[in-house]
Design a protein around this ligand. Structure first.
Ligand code: NAD
Ligand code: 89V
Length: 346
């Protein structure tokens, strides 16, 4: 795509979209020219805050009017398939928020619709774009600990996520689908694709419908073993939200990403401790700044990739492999048995 400035349209002006709108203001080479929300109040709030004149309550009308190069779908999961298929029907490149879709079959259909239409699809899976996660990946690529054979990817918090996202308390699925999806994606980003997993879940908070604790044991294609453990029922001395902590053991050393964004690498050269804190962007606020910076980063990656005509890191095809882990974790927790991932992706 040969365009100096990409014009985007955003659908869904809710809680998280405000971060995405801020992110687009910072992105070099792309911006938002039209917005849509079926709730006129949210449309007004976001339209006024970001000075967007073109406003729609109906996505179909916005696509019919056109005048944009890509769409950023920031709605909750129920609408993702219909909106991505609408983008495909209009041959408009699409970004879609996580979770990809209500089911793996829906997600596969969305990938097919975009492939058949010849448009790129990126899932807004931003956690792998966090500064500390990128630092871990760079250390591995530099051979700092040799070949990793074991990992732990951990997110344990007592943060009240339901205050800003009340719908999270209402679904029969909670932590794996909403938060674990990020942690599973980080595990794939760091240790590669997964062949099988076994999961256990619990609901500790009696006021929500879904599970708020999950422990997942995974076999990776490269022979490494990892644990993904997530909890929103863990009260700690210092609340770590929204930090993902990582432990990796390798043939030539070990790596620890610990609370406070501290990266420790131990190998034959000694012990190296680095501060890998995210930047506090001008519009960001603690403790969300880690997530907010990654929103900007993934959106810059989208703009750069769209212009260069290259596949994004979290394309629909890539994110199917993360979403399969979500489905597998629920299936394993229900049956008590390990689940083969290849079987789900066929
Ligand atoms: P929200 O309910 O606050 O906002 C969603 C908005 O979409 C609402 O204003 C709603 O009216 C609108 N909407 C829904 N369907 C629509 C449709 N068909 N057409 C037009 N508008 C429609 O939700 P949220 O908390 O902002 O979450 C949105 C998505 O972002 C979710 O999928 C959530 O998982 C994701 N999220 C991601 C992160 C992250 O770090 N990646 C963080 C928080 C939320
Ligand atoms: O990423 C998310 O979707 C959020 C949060 C990080 C708060 O769990 O719901």
């Amino acid at each position: 795509m040969d365009m100096a400035e990409l014009n985007g349209a955003l659908i869904g002006c809710g809680f998280f979209a405000v971060n995405q709108m801020h992110g687009w203001k910072d992105v070099d080479g792309a911006g938002i020219v039209a917005i849509c929300d079926r709730d006129p109040e949210r449309l007004k709030v976001v339209g006024n805050q970001f000075g967007i004149a073109r406003r729609y309550t109906d996505a179909a009308q916005m696509f019919a009017d056109g005048g944009f190069d890509f769409v950023d779908i920031a709605t909750t999961v129920q609408s993702h398939r219909a909106l991505v298929e609408m983008a495909a029907a209009h041959k408009i490149p699409a970004i879609c928020q996580k979770p990809f879709a209500p089911t793996l079959d829906d997600a596969k259909a969305m990938v097919k619709a975009c492939r058949d239409a010849g448009i790129p699809l990126m899932i807004h899976e931003n956690f792998r774009w966090q500064t500390p996660i990128q630092a871990v990946r760079k250390a591995l690529e530099a051979g700092a600990i040799g070949t990793p054979f074991w990992g732990r990817f951990s997110f344990r918090s007592g943060f009240d996520v339901f205050a800003a996202q009340p719908y999270l308390a209402e679904g029969s699925r909670f932590i794996i689908e909403d938060l674990g999806i990020h942690t599973l994606d980080i595990a794939r980003f760091i240790l590669g694709d997964v062949t099988s997993l076994t999961a256990r879940t619990k609901r500790v908070n009696p006021d929500i419908k879904g599970e708020d604790v999950a422990t997942i044991l995974m076999d990776h294609e490269n022979g490494a073993t990892s644990i993904v453990d997530v909890s929103y029922a863990t009260k700690q001395a210092v609340e770590p939200f929204p930090e993902t902590l990582i432990e990796l053991d390798g043939s030539a050393g070990s790596l620890r990403l610990s609370q406070g964004y501290r990266l420790t690498i131990t190998n034959a050269s000694g012990i190296d401790v680095t501060d890998v804190s995210p930047r506090l962007l001008s519009w960001a606020s603690r403790p969300w700044h880690n997530i907010q910076e990654s929103v900007f980063a993934i959106q810059q990656h989208w703009a750069d990739s769209l212009k260069a005509g290259v596949e994004t890191s979290t394309s629909g095809a890539d994110n199917l492999k993360t979403f399969a882990l979500v489905e597998a974790a629920y299936a394993s927790a229900a049956s008590g048995q390990p689940v083969d991932i290849g079987g789900l992706l066929r």
